[in-house]
Design a protein around this ligand. Sequence first.
Ligand SMILES: NC(=O)c1ccc[n+]([C@@H]2O[C@H](COP(=O)([O-])OP(=O)(O)OC[C@H]3O[C@@H](n4cnc5c(N)ncnc54)[C@H](OP(=O)(O)O)[C@@H]3O)[C@@H](O)[C@H]2O)c1
Length: 326
Amino acid sequence: MLGGTAWLGGKITTAALRLGHDVTALARGESGPVPDGAAFFRADRDSPDAYAAVGRQSWDAVVDVSSQPGQVRRAAEALAGCARRYIFVSSCSVADHDIPGADESAPLLPALEADVMASMETYGEAKAACEQHVLDAFGPGRAFIARPGLIAGPGDVSDRTGYWPLRFARPASPDGSVLVPDAPELATQVIDVRDLAAWLVGAAERKVSGTFNAVGEPMMLPAHLERARQAAGHTGPLVSVEPQRLADAGVNYWSGERSLPLWLPLPEYACFASRDNGAAVAAGLKLRPLAETLADVLAWEQTAGPDRERKAGLTAQEERELLAAI
Ligand SMILES: NC(=O)c1ccc[n+]([C@@H]2O[C@H](COP(=O)([O-])OP(=O)(O)OC[C@H]3O[C@@H](n4cnc5c(N)ncnc54)[C@H](OP(=O)(O)O)[C@@H]3O)[C@@H](O)[C@H]2O)c1
């Protein structure tokens, strides 16, 4: 496991351990500990000898979550002779998002030429380069590339998928009102982190190769929000605000400060969250109901500290001010 000290990598490691596999996680150890039961190999993937020691052993599979083309290129080259398969966690962001129901054949962004992705502005291009490096070193028959969309569930440190169930559980307004974007035609599409992790490990066991959109079922934003409400037992009013009014009030899309998670501008993002997951499902991806994901991320949010500073969403104070002004 190249990574394993952060969210998805940790879940993949845990899933593999539960199935009885021996797992070694290679990381710096800056993001956190590796799950109990995994061996830890401390290395900096930006250093030239990062894979020298692990390259002398043999591996059934390598799983990589990096977004840095140089890290992936060096790892794939170093491990091609001692690992049977390479499982790479890419992203839907590698592909254009203007095709309704896009499958894996959607045109890709140009691959980043540099080894280092200097900012998230070139995330899609960087992941496209990483995919290419994996294919170059391992060939299509030994490479498994998963392109997740938004990953959801307990432990979501991006604070996006926990925002709505937590807000419905703890409305900012004393009368229980919750501010939501009026976006009935905006699709959402999330995949539970545990379903993704289990599928990646299973694909390694079954020696599946290929490139797959790793996404859940598309669902319109109001239906997603309704499930979040139900998970939280919210019965207060919804204050549905037109996108233009939200934008005028300085509310940001998707993530970050003063944002409404999962909200995106239309028509630019109409196809962003309606990708085809047919190939992944045929290759064994099993999706749990969204209601379960939202209930579990809410439970996690409650224990993680509901008043902590968040990387996404409106603060309670911001929401009260917006509700009063709108
Ligand atoms: N969140 C989403 O909704 C979403 C959507 C689509 C795709 N994805 C993809 O899903 C994956 C998420 O992975 P993740 O949750 O495990 O988190 P991550 O934050 O991407 O993990 C990075 C991992 O790499 C390690 N690392 C970073 N720099 C390193 C270095 N120089 N040398 C050695 N190790 C290094 C980190 O460990 P140390 O810091 O301990 O070294 C950490 O374990 C990523 O590939 C992401 O692009 C996410």
